[in-house]
Design a protein around this ligand. Structure first.
Ligand code: BG6
Length: 446
């Protein structure tokens, strides 16, 4: 069944939030415009206050305000901490289904902090809103705040929802370039055969951002760069890079291979954490969050190793931060060399453009024998036109029930297992937190 033939009600908890405005609402509009959305499709926005659909849409793009959502966003006011309100919601959804004229699957999309999602899940379960197999739960990261809380959240959620009903969103996995990585490294013999420790010297996964925390004060103070970006996006990109390549066409095997790759990752054993992890905070952050004592990191870089023999001795560096010199997201693969001019680098770029770049040495044409480094580039925008936004894919995959590019509970636990020693060490002391001026190049902080 395609998304178009699946009558769907998408229930959005957190509709007035930043993520909904910036990503979700435009993505809904876009899949409708591309004629990929269900033909029978309604969106229900949950809010505590009495807000109209027009008010919710007002902060979004003009296209969203005038398009599909102006007719199909239904607002439902309720108190999320009041179990009785969930019964009202249940009746409301039944009524909406009658109006749609067909049984519709229900997608509950929770864009709320992890501390709040657990009681919401419990209430949904207790009024019987989780029972039907045609009900799905879409969860935004972070999934817990450490290994123990993630385990707890998973156990609680499983009381009401089966694993097949749960879609843990990591929008990096839904990015075209992340998915392309599977094909690029597995489908080209040149790279497939050299994708290991014998040829590769180092792997870097970088997500540098020029923006600061943009007013997300409470969220960021409780989260920090390690939990916000490393636990999810960067570890998943690392897993896609390190995993065994699935057989051609066997894309459904990707989650199994990602999990196996995560299981092999760890911090270097027998060393103090500060040898492999650096953290820093941009100057002005304490003012931004109105907390002069804040020790939350806005930058982190860490070096991991894999126990997979294919990657023995290859450092895997994960780097992210806010208020840095530029927006740049990339996976940088540095190849081994015997002489300086042999050094090759393959860079898989997500931001600022989706691009694959291979750095090669060539002789510059001319009378002299001059060797220089140049780049072979494949720019995706130029080749394929505009690239779809990750959230469009997230929605369509959840609607049709394709879990391949969502995070499983086992993966979530593995990522927290990898990072837990850092969290434990940081909870004891914060002497190693450095300060950096906004606009710093990430390489100066590593
Ligand atoms: C989100 C983080 O998951 O990813 C944000 O919470 C970050 O802090 C964002 O800015 C980056 O996403 P993208 O797609 O713009 O690289």
């Amino acid at each position: 069944m395609t998304a178009k033939t699946k009558p769907t009600i998408l229930i959005v908890v957190g509709i007035t939030g930043d993520l909904s405005h910036r990503k979700l609402l435009p993505a809904i509009e876009q899949i409708v415009k591309a004629q990929a959305a269900p033909e029978k499709f309604e969106v229900v926005g949950i809010s505590r206050r009495d807000v109209t659909a027009a008010e919710v849409l007002k902060g979004s793009m003009a296209e969203v305000q005038k398009g599909f959502l102006s007719k199909h966003l239904n607002m439902f006011q309720m108190d999320l901490s009041n179990p009785a309100d969930y019964n009202r919601l249940k009746d409301y959804l039944k009524e909406l289904e009658v109006q749609m004229g067909a049984p519709a699957q229900r997608l509950f999309y929770l864009s709320v902090p992890p501390q709040i999602s657990e009681p919401i899940i419990r209430c949904l379960g207790e009024v019987g809103l989780a029972e039907s197999s045609d009900t799905k739960l879409l969860l935004e990261k972070p999934f817990g705040t450490d290994l123990t809380s993630a385990q707890e959240l998973i156990t609680q959620t499983r009381k009401y929802f089966k694993e097949e009903q749960i879609y843990r969103i990591d929008h990096y996995l839904a990015k075209d370039m992340a998915q392309n990585l599977v094909v690029f490294r597995g489908g080209n013999s040149l790279f497939k055969r050299t994708w290991n420790k014998d040829f590769i010297e180092r792997i870097q996964v970088v997500a540098s951002e020029a923006i600061d925390i943009e007013g997300r004060t409470t969220f960021y103070e409780q989260t920090g760069a390690l939990r916000d970006v490393v636990q999810s996006h960067l570890l998943q990109l690392a897993a896609l890079t390190l995993m065994q390549s699935p057989e051609v066409g066997q894309v459904s095997e990707v989650p199994k291979h990602r999990l196996a790759a995560l299981k092999q990752l760890q911090l270097p054993a027998g060393q103090p954490i500060t040898n492999s992890v650096k953290r820093a905070q941009y100057k002005g952050y304490q003012r931004d969050v109105n907390n002069p004592d804040s020790r939350t990191e806005t930058f982190v870089s860490l070096t991991l190793e894999s126990q997979d023999p294919a990657w023995a001795g290859v450092p895997i560096q994960l780097i992210t931060g806010k208020s840095l010199k530029e927006k740049l997201t990339e996976i940088r693969i540095t190849y081994k060399k015997e002489q300086q001019f042999e050094a090759n680098e393959l860079v898989i770029k997500f931001q600022p453009h989706e691009e694959i770049e291979l750095c090669l040495w060539i002789k510059v044409p001319g009378y002299e024998w001059r060797v220089e480094r140049h780049f072979l580039q494949l720019e995706f925008n130029e080749q394929f036109g505009e690239i779809r936004e990750a959230y469009e894919q997230v929605l369509l995959d959840a609607i049709v029930g394709n879990h391949t590019f969502f995070t499983s509970s086992e993966e979530v636990l593995e990522t927290w297992r990898i990072l837990q020693p850092i969290l434990s060490a940081w909870s004891m002391q914060d002497q190693d937190l450095q300060l950096y001026p906004p606009g710093t190049d990430y390489q100066e902080l590593m």
